[in-house]
Design a protein around this ligand. Structure first.
Ligand code: C5P
Length: 285
């Protein structure tokens, strides 16, 4: 059987702003997104028409149509206008329900793998449309790098890349519910907004410290009391240990910090161990 292996990189939100609710029920977002080296491994083999399966090393992740990797494979064949099937094997390293886009990254890797196995049958534009159908963050995961994302998250503009930066990614002992956080954003006026224009200007000037200082995520403003305290504690710990900036990613609960060098990142990761369920040292890329 022919197969393809792709790495599925986690995404970090250098910023996340919610501009409002849309008539289609989604939210209009404005985000600066960054891919990083923390990644799942995704193996895809072609299977008999209609036979779709995604198996992971996490027993609680669904293997059928509820898995976004299967959704992406179905979206691929719908875009191709052909019958097909796929057996997908995912080695997960990216924490689940973390705001790190793990599921979206897996979906993007499935699309890239299937397109490789079909000799590049879909153009980049067609592949991005299939990605958008699979999930809001999947187009970014397909493109990677440093991007400004609007719309549902699928309207992308490439930004000058953040120079390769050591990052510490902290997974707290709790997860956040994405729909619940969007609901709270709808019912409250946000007090704090990220300075997206300032962040983009810092990236354009190659000012990494300036970009890191401007990182902020509006969901940090609507966490419940306990989660807010935990996120604040982790951010302070990262900053006290030399981070140039720290923020929560996506709808959380993962918190990350950007560091000037690998030694300070490793020292901060050791210090963060006690506060977190898991801690990763990675590089933006
Ligand atoms: O597109 P995706 O399936 O990843 O989105 C998951 C959920 O997140 C949606 O059902 C919606 O509740 C929320 N969402 C949103 N606005 C966005 C993206 C996601 O409200 N722009």
């Amino acid at each position: 059987m022919s197969g393809a292996v792709h790495m599925a990189k986690a995404k970090l939100n250098l910023s996340l702003d919610v501009l409002g609710k849309r008539p289609d029920g989604y939210h209009e977002l404005c985000m600066v997104m960054q891919s990083c080296s923390l990644a799942d491994e995704v193996r895809v083999e072609l299977a008999a028409p209609g036979d779709f399966l995604a198996v992971t090393n996490r027993s609680y992740i669904p293997t059928g149509d509820k898995n976004v990797a299967v959704k992406a494979a179905r979206a691929y064949y719908a875009a191709l206008g052909a019958e097909g099937g796929a057996h997908i094997r995912i080695t997960k390293r990216i924490p689940v329900c973390a705001g790190l886009g793990g599921g979206s990254a897996d979906a993007a890797a499935v699309l890239a793998a299937l397109n490789e196995l079909h000799g590049g049958a879909l153009s980049e534009t067609e592949l991005l449309a299939a990605a958008s159908a699979a999930g809001s963050d999947v187009p970014f995961c397909l493109m990677g790098g440093t991007m400004l994302a609007g719309g549902r998250g699928e309207a992308l503009r490439r930004l000058p890349p953040l120079p390769e930066t050591d990052t510490v990614i902290c997974m707290p002992h709790f997860s956040c519910s994405t729909p619940e956080l969007f609901g709270r954003i709808d019912s409250r006026k946000s007090r704090c907004r990220p300075d997206t224009a300032g962040l983009v200007a810092a990236l354009e000037a190659g000012d990494r410290a300036g970009a890191a200082r401007r990182m902020y995520n509006v969901f940090e403003d609507v966490l419940d009391r306990r989660a807010a305290a935990a996120v604040r504690e982790i951010k302070l710990l990262l900053l006290d240990n030399g981070a140039l900036g720290a923020a929560m990613s996506g709808s959380g609960s993962a918190v990350f910090g950007l560091f000037p060098d690998e030694d300070s990142a490793r020292a901060a990761a050791r210090a963060a161990g006690e506060l977190c369920r898991e801690v990763f040292v990675a590089k933006t890329e």
